[in-house]
Design a protein around this ligand. Structure first.
Ligand code: BDP
Length: 712
């Protein structure tokens, strides 16, 4: 068939201006689109002599704009285009609804609403790169994929790529407050400029949307889970609607966190009881109001009866009662409720990590179909390492989504280089053995509760108003990896790290390999210098930054470090075996057996005598010291690696990263020394030969205070 260039046929190369050299400050993220090397350029130019977008819509315009931006940045140089002229190739974008695409007879049926094809087809003897999908947003995702191929210097001949997301909801949760502070945010103020909205729409919102769409993120919860009722008032809904307008062309829906007591606190009702008809009517009315302003509003995220937030239990009702009431209000409009399983009651618990499972499993099957249970990766709270949450696979009748923390609250904020793709991969690949071996967390998420059911993954955003978005250059990798894994939870975190390093810094293999290695190892390094061998929750109180294994005076037992590590003269660790709290009993039998036997979780599940021999043949005490020290050594090695990368990285970003790594080394040493000083005060054992004692006495570490640490 003949290509008919209905709309927007564009003589692309003619319009290309030389790409001016720009300073690198991280703003462009992984969408830098710097010029392809002169030698490689003609081959790419030959594929891009013309750009044709079949159809027109804001989303297709976004796809075309992105391609123009990317292609002109990467290929639009002064070099002669001999090769391009010899064998000109076009890029054609569109959905099955357009005759140019329909006529190609491409296999679009299995792509679902968001998948895409990127294919080379011959049309009238001409090579055409087709980006096709069933929806405009699929086309947009495909356009980003095509650009990524060029960014990573993949050949464009004979393309036959077909991809679709494995999960339906791929959502960033912003813990952003209306005063622009960000709870656990380490990248400056909130990007949402609530005060100036809705009249002023920061152009950054569009760049945020581009970045998200490039990795397939399709939802944003705009405000903190510790929600204020004001976010549901007309003025704030109008502000949220303005953000929704900016994000919509990029396939991103907005959601709001809601405060369960809103009908009482702002609606003037005497109660927020979810079974009270007036309360139900209030929420239904509120949903109607929201959908009048934001017709494609995504729904609500709810933190209820957790850490002092109001919830249905205040009225003797269950989590299902609460969630279903909100679900009923949203249902006529197609909205969903993401109900968090991060709950722990105000009573003195036997073992905090058991509470979510205990509260929710009896409710399996009692949630409305448009409710998703949002479960943190581990049963405690985003620690450097936790076993997977026992709720995965334990509620087969309840749509369950994974929640991870992209912001590094417990992993050194934005100054420590820690690649979280590795951590998430570990969780996603964990075998729950529910119902059988091979039921990894990833599979459970993807399978959902059956065909057409809700599936999803949420990440607590690390994004702020800092110029580089995430507070550090390497934290951009965590935003990127979150999107890529939410799209395909089976991807390898190494492959994602390599892609990111290429797009963000350099395609040179001499850069990509060592940097990806460093990223992959960084996760184990932070576990070693903070919480080796299954230790957890031993950070400083409130700020959650530095070490605090001595914390013992918090108002709740389970906010104290000593509650978790239980170190005394005899040994260390939390006994969660059958003889202890039996938290292990919440896992499938085989999974429990594997966890008990896994040294990575040794002190999570066992209380172990200091002199017990571990796998290395050392005593537990010696092993702890060795691991703490190894973590610091690894950071030293990261610094050396990065120093050697100077030839491949622009000076400004290289210097930023180097300075942060120096902070990380100093603080890794601080963690090591403080923890060894404290645990030695319990174990009363000497350090193994060759291991330096802490630089200061224990009291010195205990006396450190951080009243102005960010994110509190
Ligand atoms: C904890 C954070 C707290 C959050 C809470 C949550 O310290 O700021 O509100 O998680 O997930 O880790 O609700």
């Amino acid at each position: 068939m003949r290509l008919r260039f209905v709309l927007g046929a564009l003589a692309l190369l003619a319009a290309l201006a030389p790409a001016a050299a720009r300073a690198e400050d991280g703003y462009d993220l992984w969408l830098r689109y710097r010029p392809v090397e002169a030698l490689a350029r003609p081959a790419y130019q030959a594929h891009a002599t013309e750009l044709v977008v079949a159809g027109d819509s804001p989303t297709l315009r976004a796809a075309r704009d992105e391609l123009e931006r990317g292609l002109s940045g990467m290929l639009g140089a002064e070099a002669p285009l001999a090769a391009a002229v010899d064998r000109p190739g076009a890029i054609l974008l569109g959905t099955a609804a357009q005759p140019q695409i329909a006529g190609l007879g491409l296999p679009l049926a299995d792509l679902g609403p968001e998948g895409y094809l990127v294919r080379t087809v011959q049309v009238d003897g001409r090579a055409v790169t087709v980006v096709a999908a069933n929806s405009d947003v699929g086309v947009l995702y495909g356009a980003f994929r095509l650009l990524r191929l060029i960014q990573a210097r993949q050949p464009l001949d004979h393309l036959a790529i077909s991809d679709r997301p494995a999960l339906r909801l791929r959502v960033l949760d912003h813990w952003d407050n209306l005063d622009r502070t960000v709870e656990r945010g380490y990248a400056g103020a909130s990007i949402w400029d609530w005060w100036k909205l809705p009249d002023y729409r920061d152009p950054r919102y569009v760049d945020y949307a581009r970045a998200n769409a490039s990795v397939g993120i399709n939802g944003a919860v705009l405000n903190n889970v510790n929600a204020k009722p004001e976010s549901l008032t007309q003025p704030y809904l109008r502000k949220a609607a303005a953000i929704a307008d900016a994000l919509r062309p990029y396939g991103i829906k907005v959601y709001l966190s809601v405060r369960f007591a809103a009908p009482k606190e702002m609606g003037g009702l005497p109660t927020a009881d979810p079974l009270d008809p007036a309360v139900r009517a209030w929420w239904a009315g509120k949903a109607d109001e929201i959908y009048r302003l934001i017709p494609d509003f995504g729904g609500f995220l709810v933190k209820a009866n957790s850490e002092g937030q109001p919830g249905p239990q205040d009225y003797g009702r269950s989590h299902a009662d609460g969630a279903n009431m909100l679900a009923a209000a949203l249902q006529p409009h197609g909205g969903v409720v993401m109900w968090r399983a991060f709950v722990y009651s105000s009573e003195q618990p036997e073992d905090r990590v058991k509470q979510a499972y205990a509260e929710f499993t009896p409710l399996d099957g009692r949630f409305a179909p448009n409710v998703m249970l949002q479960v943190k990766n581990g049963p405690l709270d985003f620690q450097p390492r936790e076993p997977f949450h026992p709720l995965f696979g334990a509620m087969p009748k309840t749509p369950t989504m994974l929640e991870v923390q992209v912001t590094k609250e417990y992993l050194g904020f934005s100054t420590h280089l820690v690649y979280l793709g590795r951590l998430w991969e570990e969780v996603l690949k964990a075998d729950t053995h529910r119902p059988d071996a091979g039921s990894t967390v990833a599979r459970i998420l993807m399978r959902g509760t059956g065909p057409g059911a809700l599936t999803g993954m949420a990440g607590v955003a690390n994004i702020g108003a800092d110029r580089n978005w995430t507070g550090s250059h390497f934290d951009q990798a965590n935003w990127y990896a979150f999107g890529r894994l939410a799209w395909d939870p089976n991807q390898s975190s190494r492959a994602i790290a390599e892609d990111w390093a290429r797009l963000t810094f350099s395609n040179d293999p001499a850069f990509v390999a060592p940097v990806a290695d460093m990223m992959l190892r960084s996760r184990e390094a932070v576990v070693d210098y903070m919480t080796p061998l299954g230790l957890h929750h031993i950070m400083g109180e409130h700020h959650h930054y530095g070490p605090g294994p001595w914390v013992a005076d918090a108002p709740r037992a389970d906010w104290n470090s000593v509650y978790y590590h239980r170190a005394d003269a005899g040994g260390i660790g939390f006994d969660r075996t059958e003889d202890g709290s039996n938290a292990v009993g919440q896992y499938a039998e085989q999974a429990g057996a594997e966890l008990l036997d896994d040294e990575r979780y040794l002190l999570w599940f066992h209380h172990v005598p200091w002199d017990r021999k571990v796998r290395s043949g050392r005593t537990l005490w010696d092993e702890l010291v060795v691991r703490y020290s190894r973590g610091v050594d690894e950071v030293r090695q990261m610094r050396r690696t990065w120093d050697a990368m100077a030839p491949y990285v622009d000076p400004a970003r290289h210097a930023d990263v180097a300075a942060f790594l120096a902070i990380q080394e100093r603080e890794a040493q601080w963690w090591r020394d403080a923890c060894i000083a404290y645990f030695q005060s319990q174990s009363k054992r000497p350090l193994p030969a060759g291991y330096a004692p802490p630089a200061h006495p224990l009291e010195w570490y205990e006396a450190q205070k951080f009243p102005y640490a960010p994110g509190g």
